[in-house]
Ligand binder design. Structure first.
Ligand code: ADP
Ligand code: MG
Length: 404
């Protein structure tokens, strides 16, 4: 694989050159626009810092959330520009548009080492268009901002599974390089898929089975144990004939879950007990029940202590671990114990020499929110969907284009 990296670009020389960087700055914000988890901003800093220090005129493009049609103030990158300035320790200007007059004027005014952040690239609907021509037209305008001898650095690992203008099409128009974050993520995922160190334990949770079925199917084949928790476990439990009350359930996935349990019965483990409540609320009263006896009207919001114990045992001698998806509604402290317990078991295994990777935005946020040490894991990926698709063995357009 002949992907050029940031080191190659720096060796070629960037002083005075315009460099377009696609970063992943898609951080969660609360209702007043405060960033609740700056992980992705922090992860984007190394590439930007090195380019700015080497004297490049850095133009950063990124998205935030899913604006529907055109600019929406609540999805402005304003708060991100402020946080990025602090982290980079240099002023980051924010253009008020994506490729409009403000972006053009600011790009033209850049001097060596300046950093310009363009407004949310998804404010321009061509970014995510299915029409190749529309995307290419936006890409050409982005490329204009960095001039004739410009370069493109792909550093938004969380979006490399998307065939979008700022991820894919720009790379077809400029000399292109993998940023340090993309390079590091790919190295880790390659190590994970290639690891011969067994036992290999996989922990999958989160809200929807349908999102994660492909990765469950592909990893059940390779793993020695696959532990299922989170909202998706109820579809598995229902496929065994259990009643699941008002818990999350994807009826149309029941058959598929049953077949998976039949094929990989000794690999897949479902919870033995569940923490239930009357409703989806932070102050709902928790109650522990057997996983096959969830009472009518009750909703499963976490895996129970017996399940944590069982999962902890299965993780205790693991040499390779991949975890995606919280075990429960960890955002509510009363339903966070399952996620915390499993995370602690993975940290213990890592301490004994296991290679552990956490993928998924909410899983990474859970680690930080529950006060667990981030360096307790070998690697925390910034890209949920991207890391899952990589592990499924899919071709990721934003990576494939860097090879050309
Ligand atoms: P990730 O981003 O790590 O891939 P997901 O996005 O798939 O994870 O799922 C995360 C969400 O799943 C969390 O917001 C969590 O509250 C929710 N969740 C976990 N368990 C349950 C449950 N039993 N019922 C409802 N939601 C759940
Ligand atoms: Mg998520």
């Amino acid at each position: 694989m002949a992907v050029k990296t940031l080191d190659d670009l720096l060796a070629e020389g960037v002083s005075g050159r315009g460099v377009l960087v696609r970063s992943d700055l898609n951080v969660p914000l609360d209702d007043d626009g405060t960033i609740t988890d700056p992980g992705r901003i922090r992860a984007s800093v190394p590439t930007l810092k090195r380019l700015a220090e080497a004297g490049a005129k850095v133009v950063v493009t990124a998205h935030l959330g899913r604006p529907k049609s055109g600019p929406e103030p609540k999805f402005s990158l304003g708060p991100v520009a402020v946080a990025l300035s602090e982290q980079l320790d240099r002023h980051v200007q924010l253009a008020s548009d994506v490729v409009g007059t403000d972006a053009l004027a600011r790009a033209e005014g850049l001097t060596d080492g300046d950093v310009l952040l363009l407004e949310n690239v998804r404010f321009d609907s061509r970014e995510t268009s299915k029409d190749d021509g529309e995307r290419l037209a936006l890409a050409k305008q982005l490329v204009e901002l960095v001039g004739d001898d410009g370069a493109f650095v792909s550093d938004g690992f969380g979006v490399v599974h998307r065939k979008q203008a700022s991820v894919y099409d720009v790379a077809t128009l400029l000399p292109h390089y993998a940023g340090t974050l993309v390079a590091a993520e790919v190295t880790v995922l390659r190590q994970l898929t290639g690891s011969e160190e067994r036992p290999f334990a996989v922990v999958v949770g989160g809200s929807k089975v349908s999102d994660k079925l492909a990765v469950i199917e592909s990893l059940a084949e390779k793993a020695d144990s696959l532990l299922i928790g989170g909202g998706m476990c109820f579809t598995f439990l229902a496929s065994q004939g259990a009643s699941v009350g008002t818990s999350l359930l994807e009826e149309d996935m029941i058959d598929t879950c049953r077949k998976l349990l039949e094929t990989y019965g000794d690999v897949i483990h479902v919870p033995v007990d569940i923490v239930v409540a009357d409703e989806f609320k932070a102050d709902a009263t928790p109650e522990i029940v057997r996983a096959d006896r969830i009472p009518d009207g009750k909703m499963g919001l976490d895996i129970g202590p017996g399940s944590v114990e069982r999962f902890t045992n299965l993780l205790s001698n693991a040499r390779t671990v991949f975890w995606n998806g919280p075990m429960g509604v960890f955002e509510f402290p009363a339903f966070a114990a399952g996620t915390k317990g499993v995370a602690e078991a993975i940290i213990t295994a890592t301490g004994k020499g296991a290679f552990s990777v956490v993928g998924g935005g909410d899983s990474a946020a859970a680690v930080r929110q529950l006060g667990l040490p981030e360096d307790g894991f070998s690697h925390i990926s910034t890209g949920g969907g991207a890391s899952l698709e990589y592990l499924e063995g899919k071709t990721l357009p934003g990576l494939a284009v860097l090879e050309e």
